[in-house]
Design a protein around this ligand. Sequence first.
Ligand code: S3P
Length: 178
Amino acid sequence: MIERGAGEHLILVGLPGAGKSTVGRALAVQLGVPFLDFDTEIERREGAPVSRIFRERGEAAFRAMERGLTEELRRAPAHVLAPGGGWMTIPGNAELLRPPSHVVYLRLSPGAALRRLGAGVARRPLLSGPSPLVALERLYSERDPIYAGADVVLDVEHLDLQGVIRNLRQLASLRGPS
Ligand code: S3P
């Protein structure tokens, strides 16, 4: 594996359902680096699911938690990171880590994101209204131009997990232990 310095993370961004957590966990194993899923870590620290944090404390409180975690990661050993879908849209978050981190946008259509989320849609407070598809379409149109500021944009619409990982390792010129 290529040695990476402190704070040099690989950060996966994209809509809910893009596969950030699934891809990130598997990629981290292959690269032999730790994986951190922001939502899972925030839920662990707060002892509450993200949906309850949004409901009881509001989105701004959740965004402050994301920011705090981002600040901590500036000096952490290299990780694969999967922040929630809103992380890159908050000004200053990506700038805290990049450089030296690298950001990869896992791009897919709102319809594909909804299919991949399946029952997981219920755990996404921003998708809890009458039409998750309309909500995802709105998020896509607002966020795609922001996500596109990633270092790498990977179209994952027609790729399975192994295909995404293969592409990521090629694109980022990463080599796992063979
Ligand atoms: C959010 C996405 C969620 C979670 C929170 C807010 C967003 O993470 O952080 O519900 O703003 O898109 P996933 O992208 O993992 O669903």
